[in-house]
Design a protein around this ligand. Structure first.
Ligand code: ADP
Length: 229
């Protein structure tokens, strides 16, 4: 198989009392470079918890998580922040743009935390905006854009740092179906450039556009079309 970028072994997540919920229960999952993966399942199945753990935003209560071969449990919080900044990109249902800033600055600002010098930030931001088809919008204010264009900006912001993995939580959830299909095609196409894409979706068409589908139920993987994990 291709190089593994994300490896989960026996991962569990239990939220403590008083409610004591087991959100994930024994997840084994290996995702290779350049894969596109849809995580599906009913509400409460554990999708968000899984994405948060893949994104190092939450730590598991048991099991191991490796990102690009490194065991994240051995990392301190500053080291984890560094992994997030250099290896991972995030896209959400809400676009989280700074409305009054230009499209270019919205994307360039995302590179601040990587210590990229100002001029290189703007160059990389422009490249990323070209990649998502927004080269002609870089001077617009984010507040002037349509929903689909806003999500393209958010994707450009996520890929400007050239992450190994793009994690997306319902990226088409706020878009009409035609715009959602365009955004889905854009995300699926990122894998051709070797970016691994893992997204949560409730939409069957979005899930089908990813090469692999992982279905969760009650915190367990009950179906995985990848078959390599
Ligand atoms: P999904 O994204 O598939 O809807 P989640 O991962 O959000 O599922 O949630 C899985 C389970 O974990 C649910 O029962 C949810 O209520 C519970 N859960 C999620 N986050 C927390 C939390 N911070 N504290 C307690 N329980 C939580």
């Amino acid at each position: 198989m291709t190089t593994a970028v994300l490896e989960l072994s026996g991962v569990g997540k239990t939220y403590p009392a008083p409610s004591t919920v087991t959100a994930l229960d024994g997840i084994d999952l290996v995702i290779g470079a350049g894969e596109t993966v849809a995580i599906t399942g009913a509400s409460g199945a554990g999708k968000s918890t899984l994405l948060s753990i893949l994104g190092t935003l939450e730590r598991p209560t048991r099991g191991t998580v490796r990102i690009a071969g490194a065991d994240v449990s051995a990392l301190s919080d500053p080291e984890l922040s560094d992994v997030r900044a250099t290896r991972l990109g995030f896209v959400f249902q809400q676009f989280f743009l700074l409305e009054h800033l230009s499209v270019l600055d919205n994307v360039a600002t995302g590179l601040l935390y990587r210590g990229v010098p100002a001029r290189a930030r703007r160059e990389r931001a422009a490249e990323a905006l070209y990649e998502v088809g927004l080269a002609d919008r870089i001077g617009h204010r984010a507040g002037q854009l349509s929903g689909g264009e806003r999500q393209r900006v958010a994707i450009a912001r996520a890929i400007a740092g050239r992450p190994a993995v793009l994690l997306a939580d319902e990226p088409t959830g706020n878009l009409d179906s035609a715009t959602g299909a365009e955004i889905t095609a854009l995300l699926a196409g990122l894998a051709d450039g070797d970016t691994t894409v893992v997204l949560i979706t409730h939409n069957a068409d979005v899930a089908a556009a990813m090469r692999r589908q992982v279905h969760l139920s009650d915190g367990r993987i009950v179906r995985d079309t990848g078959g390599e994990s």
